[in-house]
Structure formats: structure tokens, C-alpha cells
Design a protein around this ligand. Structure first.
Ligand SMILES: [Cu+2]
Length: 868
């Protein structure tokens, strides 16, 4: 912290006063300059909160990660030397560690602000390295050192350093999206706890063992050493349990951990309370302020445990966030005010008389100030209406400003008489005092949640008057923005009604345009984008949320319906279908089904084993569905051969609940045996000779076939026509309908019977090649094999921007190169197949669609991305 503990008083004789050793003083001055710099930046952030998107995050991190971390690194090392009676560590290395910490913090803050994940990663690694080095120094210092009665306090500093290492890694995961939507809230809670209770809480608690009796003017009790050890075990152990449990999502274990931490703090408070009864304190103001600070620590821990206990952890985030004023103003700021009230007169005063005079100045009206500050913190902490919150803010801020004024008076008086020592310390004290005020200001921002009451409706950057105005409801929840994409005709006036449905807060920023304030659960704001003339993107500005997937694309179409050029162009035709959001992202780790046709292998006998199994497959962005499959995929594997090849297909029924069979259209044979239904666990060998070329369907032959096929049991057999030319790319696209719901349920079957699918798809997954385009180069020739698997709808296959010069359908060429005519679609009735060929004239994005637009807009579309 920004306090300093080297009083030339009675207590000083008990600890070697190494502060006065040459060189050290200058170092501490430099360190304080850094602390003040961080605090000034925190203040600037608070005043710029209307324009900064992550003002709240920045203010908290400038204060805690910048100022507090710098102060803790400097002072924990300084105190450790005194407490252990150890040798001073090498000054150059100390400087290097401090420089690394500050550089790392600057990197983290810049990286999050500018959204540069690589910088965040490097900075976090540097921070971890520097703090690990700090920890190693603290551990080594203990070896062979004499150790004083208060040596256990160093254990608090070591535990705190370990906590920061964990907190930095968690912070990196959160800020770069590595936490993932599923674990985000748990890891965020773990991060907050390990930082506040560990990195900030432990060193303060440890230091109080030394500071508290000093302020009271009494000797430490004999029990102090033992109690300090106990308190460290309880708080440190509780913190480990709490953080691990929060990361894992175990609520009751987390509550147990926080309660254990609270019990440890309670044991310390009990010792402090016993000390009080013995004598009147040297400074009642300092003692009461420190006491109140400790009270807020206990209150904060109890409230925290209660918040974690009352509901699921995913709901706890906002509740824990509302405790920020308690931690920052009630605890940290008051600890500083209390420490300075005691220390300033000692440092500045030359004799007992002058110390008393200075103390009287600093203590004037302390009861009123202290009452106001604590009442203010209480009002801020409670879930009260905004007006009351503002009162609380003023109540908390006014005493801090008053304390700064008193500090300035003391400095002006004290420095004039304190001689050499005083003047050299002037910047230190000024910095410390300014820090106290800035902390409270930071708390103000922290609590306001960046709730800019400014206009939520801002003018967009669009030009021209809007002819049509559209309002779209946009919801924020589960690290997603719904819808993830909005298609608008060029010139449309667009308004976004943004509602947060999440337990944690979010906002929405449109690039170069308006931004909502942070919205709590249930809050709504409307953003007016004006007339939209170009593609826009929008995202949540909270650190890590954009990386975790909270993005929204606003895509402009010209009046003819084609997507305007832009990097989002390859998403064209993505629409919405029923409840499906085809523009959403597929789950992490999703892979498209390869569309390339594998070349025919050597030989003429082709043996394939197909297992009938149920699998849960992501059939549309974010939509998983149990499918009945051949070989674990729907469609099943593509069989590829030449005319005259013999196929030996072994069907194994691994589905424990029902029978299946197979019908391979490419062969000609009596169905009785080969296509019979086999029971679970049975095998069936289906042998046929492919006498004729074509693109054939295969499917399950068990009744009701509508359900077996509608749930995924189909695939393609490609038998090349003789003399088929080589092309640069050869793709297979099996078209089908998608019926969501429990397979075989009345609702799902009704949709099949009425032919009202939830989506249409190529190769089983709606919109997959819009997300993962097929690739080609300008001038290259491509062949597209298409099989219409249905079960009910055929297809009118078209590639936007190309003309087919070759069409092969149902066993014959309708068109061949060299003829003057061209073709635009390959039309296939259910179970028909064929291929088309085309050459891509130039680089660009060529959509392929089922030209039945109901199908295309509901998933039967993809993209060929052609490079130059
Ligand atoms: Cu079947």
C-alpha cells in the first residue's frame, strides 16, 4: 500500500530501521511516483467514463493491478527484510522486478483496451514471471534469517504473491476468450476472489498484526506469533478451496472456502479486539478507521459467502460485483486513511509536541468524516435506488477529499519544520494522500458501473435519409448476441432494442457508432444507427466477451437482395429459419464435413463396414441433435467406384434399441435378403456389382423409412461414368431436410409427415459451407456431385455467378463442353443424383444454393471462395 512503516518511535527500536540505509529511500520515492502515476490514470479514466468503453474495468485495474500491485511489491519486500531481520536483496534485481511488474501491467491494460490478445498473453506471462521472482526472493529471505516474533507475517506476503500468479493466469483466460462461454462466469468469480481476498486481502491482514498494536501504542501480545500462523492457515487454505471450487462450479465448496477465510479473518479480529481493551490508543482516529476497515473486510466476506450460497454460481457474478465499493472504499481506502493518520505526524513531526499538533490537525472532525464514509459505503453496497446510491457516493467521497485537504495542511506545516528528512519525503506523502482520494473516486466509477446516463440513442454514421425503419430486438445472454446477424436492405433506418437477459452485465457497441451503457439483467436500451449503408459489426465491450463470441454482424444488401461486398460476403443467403439462427457460430471445436470426393482406390472389390449407431451431431449452428447414422455421420460415408466394381457392404447394427437395414440404389438384386432388417447386434453382408454409372442414394430400408431417413440414415454412392475427365476439384453434396426434436417423437414425426422441416442442409448440417467455404482458384474447373436424399424434397442446385457447361443427371449427359447451350441448375427429384461442372471466371465468393429459396434461406446454402 502507499503507507509506510518506519516510525522513529518506540516501536522502531524493535525492528531494524533499514529504510534509512542509503539508496533505499530513493527507490521508495521512485516506487511511489509509479503508484501515483497509476492513480492519476485511474482518475483520468473516471472522468472519461462517458467515452471509454471499458471505464469500469480500467478504473478497477488501474487501481488494484497498477497502484496496489506496485505498492504491495515494494512494501512486502521492505517489511519482509525488517520482520525476518534478513539481508537486503540485491537492489538492481529489485528494480528489475518492479519494472517488469509495471511494464506487464501496462501491457495488460493496453492489450485489453485495444483488444490485442497476443499482447495480453505476453504481458500476463511477464507479470507471472516477475511475481514468481518476487515470491522466490521472499522465500529465500526466510532461509538462514534470524527471524523476529512477527516472521509469520512474511507468510502472508508469500501467499499473496502465489495468489497473484493464479489471478493473472485466470485474468488472461478471461480477457482473451480462453475461458469459453461455459466456464466464463466461474473463472471470473475465481479471478475476483483470488485477487481481492488473496493478493490485496492477505498482505493487508498480515500487516495489521504489526500496525495495529503500533497505532494503539501497546506491545504485541505473546500470542501474536501463534495467532498469525493460525490466521494464515485459515485464510490461505480457505482461499485455495474457494478459488478451486469457483473455477469448477462447486457452489457449496466455494461457500465453505469463503467461510473458512472469514473464520481466519475473524480470529485475527478477535486478537485485535483483545489488544484494544488494554489502553487508550495513541490515535483514536487511526485506530477507529483501521477497525472500521477490518469490519468491512469481515462484512464483505460474510456478504460474499451469502451471495454464493443463495443461488447458482452463474447468478452470483453481479452480486459479488456489487461488493466492489465495500472492498475498495470500506476496506482498502480506510486502511490507508487509518495508516496515514498515524504515520504522517510521526514522519513529519520533529518532537512529541509537534507530533501532537499535527495529529490534532489530521484528526479534526474524524468522527464525522468516518461516520459519513462508512455510511456512504453502506449505502453503496446495498441494492438501493439510484438516488440513494448517489447520496452514498457523495458521503463516501467527501471525507476522502476532506482528508486530502487536511493532509495538505499537515504537509505545509510539517515540511517547513521537519528539516531535511521531511522535505525528501514530501512527494511520498503527497502521493499517498492523493492516492486515498483517487481510490474513492475509482470506487465511484466502479460502483456506477459505467452507467452513462448520457444519450443511449446516438446518431449513427449512416448518411442519407432512411426510407424504411426497422427495429430489431437484440438480446445479450450466455456470451452470445441474438441474433448474431442482421440483414438489412441498403439505406434502411435501423434501430436495435438491446436487452440484457444475463445475470452478468453486458453492453453493446456498434463500430464507429453508438454504444449502450452497461446493462443489468432485464435492462433495455435502444440504439439508433440511422440509415445503414455499409456492413457494420457490434460487440460487447467487456474484456474477453467479444473474444468469447459476443459479436453481431449487420450486413447490408443492395435492393436486389445480393449482399454488399465485404468480408462478410461469404455469409450471403444466411437467413433465419424458425427458431434457428443460422448466422450464429458453431460450437468450439466443430468441424465441417469434408465435401471433397476421395479418388477411386485401386482394385475392383470394395469392402466397407457400416455400423448403424446413434450419434449427437451439431446439425445447425449451436444446435445439437441426436441422429440415426450409418457409421456415425449423417449422411453416411460416400462410396466411390467405377463401373464393374464389386461392393461388399457389411452392415453392423450397433443401435441397441431398434432394427435397421440398408438399400443401396446402385445395385440390382433381390431385396429380400440383402435389404432385410437386422436386430441390434446382428450383421448383414450386402454384395452388389455396380453395373451402371451414376450418383446414387443409399438409405435405411427399415420401416417407417420416413423416420429412418429423416433422422439421418442416408448416403451417396458415386460410380464414375467411363472416360470421366479429370478436374481440379471434385465435391459431393448430399441434400436433405432436417427435423429437430427427439427422434421418433410425435412432434418430430408430424413435421416429417407434413413436410415442414426445421431446416434444409447440404451434407447434413445447415449452413455449414457458409461458415466453412469450399475453396478454389480462378480459372479452375470443379465438378459437383449432388444427390437428393430427401426424404421428401428434391433440389434445384445452382451456383450464383456461374454457368454449367456440363450436366450429368440420372445416368446421362444433358450437356457437354463444346456445345453452345449452358445450364443454370441441376434439378433432382428425391433420390435422383448427378453432377455439374463449371469453371470459376474470377476470384470472388460464389454462393451455391438450392434455388428453392425456402430451402436456401433455411440452410441449404454454402459458398465457394475463389481466390485469384
Ligand atoms: Cu434404420
Amino acid at each position: 500500500m502507499t503507507s509506510q512503516l518506519d516510525p522513529p518511535s518506540a516501536t522502531a527500536s524493535r525492528y531494524p530501521n533499514r529504510f534509512k540505509q542509503s539508496g533505499l529511500k530513493a527507490r521508495h520515492l521512485r516506487a511511489h511516483t509509479l503508484v501515483v502515476a497509476w492513480l492519476v490514470l485511474a482518475l483520468l479514466t473516471t472522468t472519461a467514463q462517458q467515452t471509454l468503453p471499458i471505464a469500469r474495468w480500467l478504473a478497477i485495474h488501474l487501481f488494484l493491478l497498477g497502484a496496489a500491485t506496485t505498492a504491495i511489491v515494494v512494501w512486502s519486500e521492505h517489511f519482509a527484510v525488517a520482520l525476518l531481520h534478513a539481508k537486503l536483496p540485491d537492489e538492481r534485481w529489485s528494480d528489475a522486478r518492479l519494472a517488469a511488474v509495471n511494464l506487464a501491467v501496462a501491457g495488460v491494460l493496453t492489450g485489453v483496451w485495444a483488444d490485442l490478445p497476443v499482447l495480453i498473453g505476453i504481458a500476463c506471462a511477464l507479470l507471472v514471471a516477475a511475481i514468481t521472482a518476487h515470491l522466490v526472493v521472499l522465500v529465500r529471505m526466510g532461509r538462514g534469517a534470524l527471524g523476529g516474533r512477527l516472521a509469520p507475517i512474511v507468510g502472508f506476503y508469500r501467499a499473496a504473491a502465489a495468489a497473484l500468479v493464479v489471478g493473472a493466469v485466470l485474468g488472461w483466460m478471461l480477457a482473451t476468450g480462453h475461458a469459453g462461454p461455459r466456464y466464463y462466469s466461474g473463472l471470473r468469480l475465481a479471478h475476483i476472489h483470488v485477487m481481492l481476498l488473496g493478493w490485496i486481502g492477505l498482505p493487508v491482514l498480515g500487516t495489521l498484526f504489526m500496525l495495529w498494536p503500533t497505532v494503539l501504542g501497546v506491545r504485541m501480545t505473546e500470542r501474536t506469533t501463534k495467532v498469525a500462523r493460525w490466521v494464515l492457515s485459515l485464510t490461505g487454505g480457505g482461499l485455495v478451496i474457494a478459488v478451486a471450487a469457483l473455477a469448477a462450479g462447486w457452489r457449496w465448496a466455494a461457500v465453505t472456502g469463503v467461510v473458512t477465510y472469514g473464520a481466519g479473518a475473524g480470529v485475527a479480529v478477535e486478537l485485535f479486539a483483545r489488544t484494544v481493551r488494554r489502553r487508550r490508543p495513541i490515535s483514536s482516529a487511526a485506530a477507529c478507521t483501521l477497525g472500521a476497515a477490518t469490519g468491512w473486510l469481515i462484512a464483505g466476506v460474510i456478504a460474499d459467502a451469502a451471495i454464493l450460497a443463495i443461488g447458482p454460481l452463474t447468478e452470483a457474478s453481479d452480486g459479488v460485483g456489487s461488493l466492489v465499493p465495500v472492498w475498495l472504499a470500506g476496506f482498502v481506502a480506510q486502511v490507508l486513511i487509518g495508516a496515514l493518520t498515524y504515520l504522517l505526524p510521526i514522519v513529519l513531526g520533529t518532537g512529541p509536541k509537534e507530533r501532537a499538533t499535527l495529529r490534532a490537525v489530521l484528526e479534526s472532525g474524524w468522527l464525522v468524516r468516518s461516520t459519513a464514509l462508512n455510511a456512504g459505503v453502506a449505502l453503496l453496497a446495498l441494492p438501493l435506488p439510484n438516488v440513494v446510491g448517489t447520496v452514498g457516493l457523495l458521503l463516501a467521497a467527501a471525507p476522502a477529499v476532506a482528508f486530502l485537504a487536511l493532509t495538505v495542511r499537515v504537509l505545509v506545516r510539517g515540511v517547513g519544520r521537519a528539516g531535511e528528512g521531511g522535505s525528501s519525503r514530501r512527494p511520498v506523502l503527497l502521493g499517498s494522500a492523493a492516492g486515498v482520494v483517487l481510490i474513492v473516486l475509482a470506487v465511484m466509477v466502479a460502483n456506477s458501473g459505467g452507467s452513462t446516463d448520457g444519450p443511449a440513442v446516438a446518431a449513427g454514421t449512416g448518411n442519407g435519409a432512411a426510407t424504411v425503419t426497422r427495429t430489431v430486438n437484440v438480446t445479450l445472454a450466455n456470451m452470445r448476441i441474438q441474433p448474431g446477424r442482421i440483414d438489412v436492405t441498403k439505406g434502411t433506418g435501423l434501430k436495435l432494442k438491446v436487452t440484457n437477459k444475463d445475470a452478468q452485465r453486458h453492453d453493446l457497441k456498434v463500430d464507429g457508432g453508438p454504444t449502450t451503457p452497461l446493462l443489468s439483467r432485464g435492462e433495455s436500451r435502444t440504439l439508433d444507427l440511422g440509415a445503414v449503408t455499409r456492413n457494420r459489426t457490434a460487440w460487447c465491450t467487456l474484456p474477453g466477451h467479444r473474444a468469447a463470441g459476443m459479436t453481431l454482424a449487420i450486413v447490408v444488401k443492395s435492393s436486389t437482395g445480393e449482399t454488399a461486398a465485404g468480408h462478410d460476403g461469404h455469409m450471403s443467403m444466411a437467413g433465419s429459419s424458425g427458431g434457428l439462427d443460422l448466422a450464429a457460430d458453431f460450437s468450439h471445436g466443430w468441424k465441417p464435413r469434408g465435401a471433397a470426393l476421395a479418388p477411386v482406390a485401386g482394385g475392383t472389390l470394395r469392402r466397407i463396414e457400416l455400423h448403424a449407431v446413434r450419434r449427437t451431431i451439431e446439425v445447425a449452428p449451436g444446435v445439437k441433435q441426436q441422429m440415426w447414422t450409418f457409421g456415425g455421420t449423417a449422411p453416411g460415408p460416400t462410396l466411390h467406384g467405377k463401373v464393374g466394381d464389386v461392393f461388399e457392404v457389411t452392415l453392423v447394427n450397433d443401435d441397441p434399441t431398434m432394427g435397421h437395414g440398408i438399400d443401396l440404389h446402385a445395385g440390382s438384386l433381390a431385396p429380400d435378403q440383402a435389404m432385410r432388417t437386422i436386430r441390434p447386434g446382428q450383421r448383414l453382408v450386402y454384395r452388389f456389382r455396380a453395373d451402371r454409372a451414376g450418383a446414387w442414394l443409399y438409405h435405411c430400408s427399415t420401416a417407417p423409412m420416413l423416420q429412418h431417413m429423416g433422422n439421418g440414415m442416408y448416403g451417396a454412392v458415386i460410380i464414375d461414368p467411363p472416360g470421366l475427365a479429370k478436374v481440379d476439384h471434385e465435391y459431393v453434396l448430399v441434400s436433405s431436410e432436417l427435423y429437430l426434436g427427439t427422434p421418433g417423437s410425435a412432434v418430430q414425426v408430424a413435421k416429417m409427415r407434413h413436410d415442414t422441416p426445421d431446416a434444409w442442409a447440404f451434407n447434413g448440417v445447415a449452413a455449414q459451407y457458409a461458415k466453412a467455404p469450399l475453396m478454389a482458384k480462378a480459372g479452375e474447373r470443379a465438378r459437383f456431385w449432388v444427390v437428393a436424399a430427401g426424404p421428401s424434397d428434391g433440389i434445384s442446385f445452382h451456383i450464383v455467378g456461374t454457368v454449367f457447361d456440363t450436366v450429368y443427371k440420372e445416368g446421362t449427359y444433358l450437356l457437354k463442353p463444346g456445345r453452345p447451350g449452358g445450364s443454370q441448375v441441376l434439378d433432382l427429384a428425391v433420390a435422383e443424383g448427378g453432377f455439374v461442372e463449371t469453371t470459376f471466371p474470377a476470384g470472388g465468393h460464389y454462393s451455391f444454393v438450392d434455388h428453392d429459396m425456402r430451402h436456401a434461406e433455411a440452410g441449404a446454402m454454402g459458398m465457394v471462395e475463389v481466390s485469384k
